[in-house]
Design a protein around this ligand. Structure first.
Ligand SMILES: Cc1cc2nc3c(=O)[nH]c(=O)nc-3n(C[C@H](O)[C@H](O)[C@H](O)COP(=O)(O)OP(=O)(O)OC[C@H]3O[C@@H](n4cnc5c(N)ncnc54)[C@H](O)[C@@H]3O)c2cc1C
Length: 402
């Protein structure tokens, strides 16, 4: 990877987060000259701090990460396996149960700490030919015309490329500068995430427990460790963050009915306010949105990074097709094909997740009854369950490079 004085590229990617790096990696072997512009320093990209997020990965994401060489950079004893998942509604005896073997798979998905995914993504892009990394560089303006896309950096430098790709988070300033509207939902809730060690084995089972005022998700990591995700009204988050570690751990163990025995906090707690964002369009003239900049998901269904990775693979696949048929990078047909395919994948998950969140965070008695009914129906309506199971365990074809 070169740090460079060059100012003209084939593609400029704004943001070297997991989506931006994943997209750059998916362009490997195309011969395209790609600038990755990122506000953070290279030291932080090389060694990202632990951020409390543990990312549940679908089979498609694992396949993409293996093919990209990222998987080999993640220590084996940091990769957890989710074989079963159960959804519980308060003290109701009905649980929605997803078992990998029902989908003919050995497991539903993997779980890996986010900072290790980011580090692995940097490691594989670092040595990649054609990539120029511009760190500690903030994009402050962007525009496109019929011939090129133009980017201005905070230090006054101007860059241009045939295509600009924005991967600058769900609060993407680039999206706004390009005049692309987005619908956002502020859930009025905050998620607190951390890792905890426990006495008893988790049997590779993930739990999502809807406890009226708060939701508790416990995801099985490697060994006697789980990722803990507490979702609660934002007004109560400060008080939970301020609890002494021992009191917090005892509270989580009790709320989980001591299923894992005694629990101990082993990382910091991190709080994230919950806002879902869906861009009205994913592309414009010589411009595309990927990652959270295209769709920022509520984390309850664990799809944000998975969609970021598959969207990046889709866009790279369309650009490869354009190249192989002699069309230009930035060609609107390729961008349109990406938009259509990614929207088809995103829309049901985005709206389905938001509907689930509304149903399971409504405390009124009719909603509680509806939740019970939904869990029973979910268990007894095979098409609903098999669709979710397929989504997790089926490997999408765009995971493979053409
Ligand atoms: C608590 C939590 C749990 C989650 N769990 C899961 C899960 O289990 N499974 C899953 O698939 N997903 C999960 N996600 C979602 C996942 O973390 C995100 O989808 C993913 O990190 C988004 O990556 P990104 O690269 O699109 O954006 P970001 O990670 O936000 O990166 C954006 C990058 O752009 C840079 N940038 C911004 N503006 C500029 C600018 N003007 N100039 C230059 N650079 C700029 C930033 O510095 C940053 O590096 C979770 C999220 C949260 C909050």
């Amino acid at each position: 990877m070169a740090t460079t004085q060059q100012t003209s590229f084939d593609i400029i990617v704004i943001g070297a987060g997991p989506a931006g790096l994943g997209f750059a990696r998916a362009l490997e072997g195309t011969g395209l000259e790609v600038a990755l512009v990122e506000t953070q320093s290279e030291e932080v990209l090389a060694s990202p701090p632990e951020d409390g997020r543990d990312i549940a990965l679908t089979h498609t994401s694992e396949a993409i990460m293996r093919e990209a060489g990222m998987w080999a950079h993640i220590p084996a004893d940091e990769i957890g396996t989710i074989r079963d998942a159960r959804v519980l509604n308060g003290s109701s005896p009905f649980a929605l149960h997803f078992a990998a073997r029902k989908a003919g798979a050995d497991y539903l998905g993997r779980i890996v700490p986010n900072h290790l995914i980011r580090r692995a993504a940097y490691e594989v892009v670092r040595g990649q030919q054609g990539i120029s990394l511009l760190t500690e560089s903030e994009v402050v303006d962007v525009a496109t015309d019929t011939a090129r896309g133009h980017v201005t950096l905070k230090d006054g430098r101007r860059l241009d490329a045939a295509l600009i790709v924005a991967a600058d988070s769900r609060f993407s300033a680039t999206r706004r500068r390009m005049g692309i509207a987005a619908d956002s939902t502020d859930f009025g809730r905050t998620v607190i995430v951390c890792e905890m060690r426990h006495e008893l084995g988790h049997e590779d089972t993930a739990y999502e427990c809807f406890h009226y005022d708060r939701t508790l998700a416990i995801l099985p990591m490697y060994g006697l460790k789980s990722s803990v995700v507490v979702t609660l009204p934002t007004a109560r988050a400060g008080e939970v963050m301020a609890m002494a570690p021992e009191a917090f751990a005892a509270d989580i163990a009790a709320r989980f009915d001591m299923r894992l025995g005694r629990m101990e906090l082993v990382t910091e707690r991190h709080a994230y306010p919950l806002v879902g964002v869906l861009a009205r369009r994913f592309v414009a003239n010589r411009f595309a949105l990927i990652g959270d900049a295209a769709v920022g998901m509520h984390p309850v269904t664990a799809h944000g990074y998975n969609l970021g990775l598959s969207g990046a693979a889709l866009l790279a696949g369309e650009l490869r097709k354009a190249q192989s048929t002699g069309r230009e990078i930035g060609d609107m047909a390729a961008l349109g094909a990406y938009e259509a395919a990614h929207r088809r994948a995103v829309l049901p998950l985005y709206h389905g997740t938001n509907a689930l969140v509304r149903l399971f965070t409504d405390d009124r008695p009719p909603a509680r009854l509806l939740r019970d009914a939904a869990l029973r129906l979910g268990n007894f309506l095979p098409p609903v369950k098999s669709r979710i199971l397929r989504q997790l365990t089926h490997i999408e074809s765009h995971a493979r490079q053409p």
